[in-house]
Design a binder for this molecule. Structure first.
Ligand SMILES: *Cc1c(COP(=O)(O)O)cnc(C)c1O
Length: 337
């Protein structure tokens, strides 16, 4: 069997023989750190006056929005790109993305001089597409939602012999994004809790392997109740996809749960909760109006969840996972329409 023929997959997505579904360990995150440090700055951890006052906790924002690409995922893209075996470099990488995963892979492609194709849904965030193209990726719109684009990318990977960068079933992505948790531990070893948005779960898995496993913080994941496939998978112990998602927060809009991250979260994540769409977009507006921060809906889901938790007296970290809010949503958040 060739590397480019789909392998048996435990979830509803396609994987290939080069996809190792063994969940990474804390040691893998430590191993990724020098790679990430070589290419990316460490990100600031800043106390939030607003969220601390609102919750009675000491709340710190891990400012992943300050990374190039404006989202945490680039830590994973850099780690995977650095380790990419020679055999995949010439034909290049392909991924499906609503934006930030694609930007991460495109950024890695430019950094390591590997061609990149990104499949995006038919109605993508236009600014995210422009940035992927700026990094030199070929962007192909396909289908209505993320999972349509994903299925196209999976077929294309098999046909053209491209290295398919899955958005979650990739130990290097999880280990790479986990380096944010090591930075948190360095600066704030007393952290009690991390509240982190969950789409496919790579970000939360990274915090589980660091502040959760090396430190003794609780890690709580957050989904939108309009896109809760991973929530269901985590609580019910299955990997069933859903027929549709209705969240406008594209960073956490996946219809399918993913085997590697769900396994890791079921083992190590303390809880996974849901918030409403209304609470998410209120969170975006509040972060803009009161913190003067532009955060994506996906990122604001964690703020919305935090404000509904009893965390008085704790030290809490909330990652600002991404700042790539579309102009249209930004205008709405300012109340312009
Ligand atoms: C991808 C993304 C998430 C969710 O991360 P997963 O690793 O897929 O769970 C959250 N926020 C933003 C801004 C994202 O781009």
């Amino acid at each position: 069997m060739s590397q480019f023929d789909p392998a048996d997959s435990p979830d509803s997505t396609t994987i290939f023989p080069y996809h190792d579904l063994t969940p990474p360990e804390p040691a893998d995150v430590y191993a990724a750190r020098p790679i990430v440090n070589r290419h990316l700055p460490e990100t600031p951890l800043v106390r939030s006056e607003l969220l601390s006052a609102e919750t009675g906790a000491e709340v710190y924002l891990k400012r992943e929005d300050t990374l190039p690409t404006g989202a945490f995922k680039v830590r994973g893209g850099i780690t995977l790109g650095h380790r990419l075996p020679e055999e995949f470099r010439e034909a290049g990488l392909i991924a499906a993305s609503t934006g930030n995963h694609g930007q991460s892979v495109a950024y890695a492609g430019r950094t390591f001089d590997v061609p990149v194709t990104i499949a995006v849904p038919g109605d993508p965030n236009p600014e995210k597409v422009a940035t992927m193209e700026q990094y030199g990726a070929e962007v192909v719109p396909h289908g209505e939602d993320y999972d349509d684009a994903r299925e196209w990318a999976e077929r294309k990977a098999a046909e053209d012999g491209l290295r398919y960068v899955h958005s979650a079933n990739e130990p290097d992505l999880v280990a790479g994004v986990g380096t944010a948790g090591l930075e948190v531990l360095d600066e704030l070893p007393e952290v009690d809790r991390v509240v982190c948005p969950v789409g496919g779960g790579s970000g939360a898995a990274g915090y589980c392997l660091t502040v959760g496993a090396v430190g003794d913080a609780e890690v709580v994941g957050v989904q939108s109740d309009a896109a809760d496939a991973t929530y269901q998978a985590y609580h019910e112990g299955h990997l069933y996809p859903q027929d549709s998602v209705a969240t406008e927060a594209e960073g956490i809009a996946s219809r399918a749960p993913f085997a590697l991250t769900v396994e890791l979260m079921r083992e190590r994540l303390d809880d996974l909760v849901r918030v409403t769409e209304e609470a998410i977009w209120e969170g975006v507006s509040d972060m803009l109006a009161e913190e003067r921060l532009v955060v994506e809906g996906a990122s604001a889901s964690a703020v919305a969840a935090l404000c509904r938790m009893d965390v008085a007296g704790e030290t809490v970290v909330v990652p600002v996972t991404g700042r790539n809010l579309s102009s249209a949503k930004l205008r709405r958040a300012v109340g312009e329409d």
